[in-house]
Design a binder for this molecule. Structure first.
Ligand code: 9WN
Length: 476
């Protein structure tokens, strides 16, 4: 053959490679993120996987989402893991015997037959359902895909907007770092520092059988993850009683994007979507109101129970508040006055890629979208300049580490979302550049879980499903 570079041929082999990964990770009813490290079904993984799978097999993409939504709890939550009963318990930690969903989750309406975790992950699902429908509307209608999915998605959003509005400002809070999906992001360092870790000997990490310890979260992180999850379980997964609550810009942006998708699904089913679009616009305004930092030019997380300080003063969260008794009256009324001016808790001054992802929102004010593009392209994230792909965390941040999971490496799902956001806001040249970098890096890295943001060097698991799926989506 010829040694001349043939883009068509390389595109063909990229397509083939991605399809091979997804076929290898398919179990018959859903797709595992990776065979070794993550041998069950994960919630936001499945949404991204379905978005790519629709180009290979619309039927499998529908099935992927049906399996996940089939494990929904009666209170509306979609669990972050649906366990495969044929996988040994010690293959992944925490396993079903830790979460005990069918007993500890009974009051919250956990399913009886299938075992799940009790926490959630980012709500990418309505967006995925809508995109999967669009790939083959005929098949979708023949299988009543949308009529079956719609009530479940509506209940899911209801759960997040009502039970999870722990900050009282209309946004959803996550109650565990695993819920936001960027497990060891430096954003959680401050809120997690208040959590007493579970003793190291009370659990065994299975992830270290597959991943390099220097690339994974630390044992101290795990101690705190286990403590938070144990307390949530022991409280029968009732919301509002925990120690950790964070309003995250990516989680909420995905909820809002999904609310817009739900509006389209409603319209397709013959109902009016206007109320949902209007709600999505109100939520966009709440996101800006509570999480936008104009001086920094990006969104930050809000630590709902954090002590207020500096420019983001709030009422202190009501936890562990102390104060001289004599001045109690005075501090109470000043707290009330502050509460009127600014929301509860404190912004977390760490720059995470999560703070750029509201770029996917159509109702984002123009000036904010333009500022976000500038921040993404600047020294902290290096889009189109210093980096190949946008890192998960601030290149100049003290905690930056190009190989440690969500503390610096670049991930394909967040870059795929940014690519969409750039295109949505008319930044076609930047979007094209990011798309090309995503495709090159995915192929060269063997569809790695995540990569060094500068070099594209593969990290974590290879043959990772959402990397392959989102590659397919970009190719179409
Ligand atoms: C905990 C499956 C999941 C992703 C998360 C990623 C990682 C799990 C873990 O893997 O989290 O949920 O064991 O580290 O952080 O985003 O959904 O791919």
């Amino acid at each position: 053959g010829s040694l001349v570079y043939d883009p068509a041929e390389s595109t063909g082999s990229l397509h083939l490679g991605a399809a091979r990964v997804l076929n290898g990770n398919w179990t018959g009813t859903s797709t595992v993120p990776s065979r070794g490290l993550y041998p069950h079904q994960w919630s936001w993984d499945s949404a991204f996987i379905a978005i790519g799978l629709r180009h290979l097999s619309p039927l499998r993409a529908q099935t992927e989402l049906e399996t996940l939504l089939g494990a929904q709890w009666a209170d509306g939550r979609i669990p972050h893991i649906v366990f495969n009963p044929s996988v040994p318990l010690d293959a992944y930690f925490p396993s079903p015997d830790f979460w005990r969903s069918s007993t500890a989750g009974r009051a919250a309406g956990a399913p009886r037959t299938v075992q799940t975790s009790g926490i959630v992950q980012p709500p990418v699902h309505a967006l995925a359902v809508w995109l999967v429908h669009q790939a083959d509307p005929g098949l979708s209608r023949a299988r009543s895909f949308l009529p079956r999915m719609y009530p479940r998605l509506a209940a899911w959003h209801r759960y997040l907007l009502h039970r999870r509005d722990l900050g009282g400002g209309g946004l959803a809070s996550v109650v565990h770092p695993w819920e936001q999906g960027m497990d060891n992001s430096p954003c959680w360092d401050a809120p997690l520092s208040r959590v007493t870790p579970a003793p190291a000997r009370s659990f065994r990490r299975a992830d270290l059988d597959h991943g390099a310890p220097e690339d994974r979260p630390t044992d101290l992180d795990y101690g705190r993850y286990v403590r938070l999850a144990t307390d949530y379980r022991d409280g029968e997964y009732a919301d509002g009683g925990g120690e950790f609550a964070v309003e995250d810009p990516a989680f909420n942006a995905l909820l809002i994007a999904s609310e817009h998708a739900l509006a389209r699904i409603a319209q397709e089913l013959g109902a009016a979507g206007t109320a949902r679009h209007a709600r999505a616009e109100r939520l966009t305004a709440a996101l800006v109101e509570r999480l936008w930092d104009p001086a920094e030019g990006m969104f930050f997380c809000r630590d709902v129970y954090g002590e207020s300080e500096g420019k983001t003063e709030g009422e202190g969260g009501g936890r562990g508040e102390s104060g001289a008794l004599g001045s109690e009256q005075r501090s109470r009324s000043s707290a009330l006055a502050k509460e009127r001016r600014s929301p509860r808790g404190a912004l977390i001054p760490e720059r995470s890629v999560a703070g750029l992802l509201p770029l996917i929102l159509p109702a984002l004010p123009r000036d904010i979208a333009a500022t976000l593009v500038g921040t993404a392209s600047g020294p902290h994230f290096g889009l189109g300049g210093a980096t190949r792909l946008v890192p998960s965390y601030d290149l100049t941040g003290d905690a930056f580490d190009p190989h440690r999971y969500w503390r610096g490496p670049a991930w394909f799902n967040t870059n795929w979302l940014l690519e969409r956001g750039l295109r949505l806001h008319g930044e076609h040249a930047r979007a094209d550049g990011l798309r090309a970098a995503l495709l090159d890096t995915a192929g060269e890295s063997g569809f790695a879980e995540y990569v060094d943001p500068y070099t594209g060097e593969a990290c974590g698991a290879l043959g990772f499903s959402w990397t392959a799926a989102l590659t397919l989506d970009l190719l179409h």
